[in-house]
Design a protein around this ligand. Sequence first.
Ligand code: HEM
Length: 189
Amino acid sequence: MSLWTSFADSTTHYTGLSPTAFFTILAMMIVTYKIVCGMFVAGGDYMEVKRTNEYVIREPVQLGDQVTEEELSAYDGKDPNKPLLMAIKGQIYDVSRSRMFYGPGGPYALFAGRDASRALALMSFDPKDLTGNIQGLSNSELETLQDWEYKFMEKYVKVGQLVSSHRTTQEAGQESGDKNENAQGNEAE
Ligand code: HEM
């Protein structure tokens, strides 16, 4: 008890505050500290994320028009020495500059290293839609996909074409085929 009394006296002496006021302010400072810390990534995690996302943006490398899905999957951003690639309707784009979207831990990392046309057309994150198969889509879904393709053509460099896309493009019909011609025209610029 005398220990508490001398502690209370010292608190009042050094801070000018009553013990109750002192502990109330201390508790508020701790809570504020916790809330502010909670708004940011923990120090260790931050370093880990930073390390994973350390990369050098290089000149896009052309891969040709016979890229297999397996080859494309090696460009999903897990290897910081490789560019980050993604395909729409079989056309492969270098999306390295948007690593915050498609890189590991990014909100759209699931699209990286693959043709995610179906998912984009349906605005879906369902793993079963992570495919370049666009058969059976409605006109409005194909239009949504088209908008994505235009966005990619405008923003990223096309670096190749999937082997399977030669078949898929024909199956998807004239509408899709026309736009792919545009994509190739864009590439030539
Ligand atoms: C709650 C729903 C969603 C919100 C609030 C949202 C928000 C955003 C925002 C703010 C951006 C950045 C735009 C920019 O700076 O250019 C973005 C980009 C993107 N979103 Fe979403 N999004 C949502 C749903 C979806 C869905 C369902 C998909 C597809 C399945 C999708 C695919 C994408 C893609 C691919 C990009 C990156 C485009 C690029 O490379 O520039 N998003 N989203």
